[in-house]
Write a protein that binds this ligand. Structure first.
Ligand SMILES: [Zn+2]
Ligand SMILES: [Zn+2]
Length: 196
């Protein structure tokens, strides 16, 4: 394994990670705010990664975790490592339990949808479905008395078709990262040097 090159830039301009069970393996899906950004990232960077060299590291820090991903590239000048600190979620926990050492990497888009964009049974961010919100164009407060929601809003995730297979996935504690070159590089850049 080549040590991560300290000159490779860290990329955190994505909105989060989705975990989806889809086609035999779990999918790890970095989410972009629009399709163009996702396609560009795939074309310029992920496409050139050698599958067997892709590493994903998860480092838990309290209620959050660090998502860290890097790989060797056949086009080094466009290579980037991804990292983001994210809140733990049930999807993350399910992935942690269920991944069995492998995953597909895909990119995805994460877009906001409003009442007019979705079916009646679509779930609002408040947890209640569209039918439980007021009808009419200017009025869509949630009808549940205890709910504060004033506007139906939800997110839609779309997965791009292209995928890579990742087989080097590790869950680490912060005490363990000194033995992991990629995670150590990430924490050095984003945590330890900033603290000084
Ligand atoms: Zn709502
Ligand atoms: Zn509600």
């Amino acid at each position: 394994m080549l040590p991560p090159d300290p000159l490779i830039p860290w990329f955190e301009n994505f909105v989060g990670i989705a975990y989806r069970y889809f086609e035999i393996r779990m999918n790890v899906v970095p989410l972009f705010s629009d399709l163009k950004k996702a396609q560009n990232f795939w074309r310029e960077t992920a496409h050139w990664w050698n599958d067997h060299s892709i590493k994903i590291r998860f480092v838990e820090t309290g209620d959050t975790y660090w998502f860290i991903m890097g790989a060797e590239s056949r086009q080094a000048k466009n290579n980037k490592y991804l990292f983001k600190v994210l809140p733990k979620s049930p999807h993350y926990e399910r992935f942690k339990k269920g991944h069995e050492g492998g995953a597909y990497l895909r990119l995805g888009t994460h877009t906001k949808k409003f009442k007019k964009d979705v079916k009646d049974d679509a779930k609002c961010n408040c947890g209640h479905i569209k039918e439980d919100h007021e009808e009419g164009d200017d009025n869509d407060a949630c009808l549940y008395e205890e709910c504060e929601c004033k506007k139906f809003e939800t997110f839609q995730i779309n997965l791009l078709k292209k995928k890579k297979t990742v087989t080097d996935i590790k869950f680490l504690t912060e005490a363990e990262i000194k033995d992991d070159v990629l995670a150590w590089n990430c924490f050095s850049v984003h945590k330890y040097t900033k603290r000084e």
